[in-house]
Design a protein around this ligand. Structure first.
Ligand code: SF4
Length: 342
């Protein structure tokens, strides 16, 4: 049997994850360990272990960070109350929130200030959703899916907007939005896609490989929303089987029985080295024919958080200059889109 690997492109780390990891690494270089990070900087166990080894200390809340220390906020974003708590403890905040998550926060804030009720499509308990809800908790209702829509209430059906978590399934989100529109005909769409370019590109790529694959392997951690979505999208697109693995050692040889084409992709928080490990694992079992299926090209780069971006701000941190204005440390990102997707 001639067996092959169909490799999805794009896959793996997105611009927001690259920026978040680089933020921790640069802070470690500049200030030395320990550098405190609230929550996992990105949802990938391999990345977390590597940064812990270098001296990053991951905490659940800012009250676990010694007063006056530096704390980094993760790529998923935080509620304004978290900035306030950090300011009360005189922490120096470096905010690694992905600029595309910050965009959704700003939309939530603006619409709430304009008197809208916000219907936020997302997964309950996900860090990004908790952060976005925190921008306007009195005005925002979480909608987990179409089943819940009959229970949604708003103050004025003429002033309602929907927003979403950035890492959802495109198809499921649009289905939920359509059902919301049926209930609230004047529902406003977000000004632009909330589901980010990286999520969309990885879902499109896995849809294409799934059409030809008997088995799709998705490299990613179980707490990574976009990785879990890739498994679901692969199955919905026709793959006979799809499995989420953190690394090559988790592949079960029985999954390969009777399989001719193995699709391979990775979530937006997964370093390429983990894909290479899977390819080596497969090659060791005689599956070394690798074909890449490219559905988009990505050249996005996000500048580092402004707290690290200029020497004067770096000096300010070095001198222990603490911001007492929590909202000022909420990143106003410098987004550089070097080119667009095809
Ligand atoms: Fe940003 Fe999208 Fe990457 Fe999340 S998946 S960090 S929103 S680019």
């Amino acid at each position: 049997m001639n067996r092959r690997v169909l490799l999805a492109a794009p896959r793996g780390c997105c611009a927001g994850v690259d920026r978040a990891i680089a933020t921790v690494e640069k802070a470690l270089d500049l200030y030395g360990p320990p550098i405190y990070v609230r929550h996992e900087i990105v949802h990938n166990t391999h990345v977390i272990k590597r940064l812990e080894h270098k001296g990053a200390v991951f905490v659940d809340e800012t009250d676990q960070v010694p007063e006056g220390s530096i704390v980094i906020f993760s790529a998923h974003g935080v509620a304004p109350t978290v900035h306030e708590q950090a300011a009360r403890r005189q922490l120096s905040v470096i905010d690694a929130t992905c600029p595309l998550v910050t965009k959704v926060h700003k939309e939530a804030l603006r619409y709430s200030q304009d008197g809208y009720d916000i219907l936020l499509i997302g997964h309950e308990g996900h860090e990004e959703v908790i952060g976005t809800l925190g921008e306007a908790p009195e005005r925002t209702t979480l909608v987990k899916g179409p089943d819940e829509i009959s229970n949604v209430t708003v103050r004025d059906p003429g002033k309602v907007v929907w927003l979403s978590q950035t890492t959802l399934s495109m198809d499921e989100t649009m289905a939920t939005a359509a059902a919301l529109k049926h209930r609230f005909p004047n529902l406003l769409d977000p000004p632009s896609d909330d589901i980010c370019y990286a999520t969309q590109n990885r879902q499109r790529a896995v849809q294409e490989i799934a059409k030809e694959a008997d088995l799709v392997l998705v490299v990613g951690s179980a707490n990574s929303s976009n990785s879990v979505r890739l498994v679901e999208v692969a199955l919905a697109a026709g793959a006979h089987d799809a499995q989420l693995i953190d690394h090559a050692d988790e592949i079960n040889e029985t999954w390969l029985e009777g399989v001719c084409t193995i699709g391979l992709t990775s979530g937006a928080s997964v370093p390429e080295t983990l894909i290479q490990d899977v390819l080596k694992w497969l090659a060791a079992r005689g599956i070394s024919d690798v074909q890449t299926l490219t559905t988009a090209e990505e050249h996005q780069i996000f500048a580092l958080p402004r707290e690290l971006a200029t020497s004067s701000q770096t000096e300010a941190l070095n001198e222990g200059h603490r911001s007492q204005q929590p909202r000022e440390s909420h990143t106003n990102p410098d987004i550089r889109f070097q080119s667009h997707n095809r």
